[in-house]
Design a protein around this ligand. Structure first.
Ligand code: MN
Length: 204
């Protein structure tokens, strides 16, 4: 079926909250730039790059997985992965993230020894990620939860892992609010924004 060329292949998904919903941990100004400029630009750029290629009719997740294996499609991978990562990131946050409970708390307990231990390990990894990237809580093939970090656009879905939650540690995610203080941002993110209901849902 020919695609309607007037219609872009990929659209910027709606934010799952109001731009000011995460204040004071993340300001409306940060969300406005991060979503309205950075995320939107990845989607726009992806549409330009996939035009006339087999990627334009694939679901975004397939574009990420397939382009990850093609060195010549690096630019497509970068923009597709960033489009996917950001949508996952917005859902990884909630104004009332609170503390984990139920199945996800049990899973953190058995994989890390406790919620406190998990937070310490996640914060350490997020802060240690050199340069731009992401910190993730993922479910491995053995069902155990683990912490992963990826650089730039890289994403666990390109490596066959199941992400449960992610924190964006590119400077654009926190610089307006925290400048160079990534540790303070990560701590506030973990304590106040991490969306445990979303993480639990991703456990499957
Ligand atoms: Mn970002």
């Amino acid at each position: 079926m020919p695609l309607d060329k007037a219609k872009p292949s990929f659209v910027l998904p709606k934010l799952p909250f109001a731009e000011n919903a995460l204040e004071p941990v993340i300001s409306a100004r940060t969300i406005s730039f991060h979503y309205g400029k950075h995320h939107a630009t990845y989607v726009d750029k992806l549409n330009e790059l996939v035009a006339g290629t087999p990627y334009e009719s694939m679901p975004l997740v397939e574009v990420v997985k397939k382009s990850a294996r093609q060195e010549k499609d690096k630019a497509i991978f970068n923009n597709a992965a960033q489009a996917w990562n950001h949508d996952f990131y917005w859902h990884s946050m909630a104004a009332n993230g609170g503390e984990p409970s139920g199945r996800i708390k049990d899973a953190l307990q058995s994989s890390f020894g406790g919620v406190k231990e998990f937070k310490e390990a996640f914060a350490k990894a997020a802060v240690a990620q050199f340069g731009s990237g992401w910190a993730w809580l993922v479910k491995g093939a053995d069902g155990k939860l683990k912490i992963a970090t990826t650089s730039n656009a890289d994403t666990p879905i390109a490596h066959g892992e199941t992400p449960l939650l992610t924190a964006d540690v590119w400077e654009h995610a926190y610089y307006l609010d925290y400048q160079n203080r990534r540790p303070d941002h990560v701590k506030a993110w973990l304590d106040r924004l991490a969306n445990w209901a979303f993480a639990e849902n991703n456990l499957g």
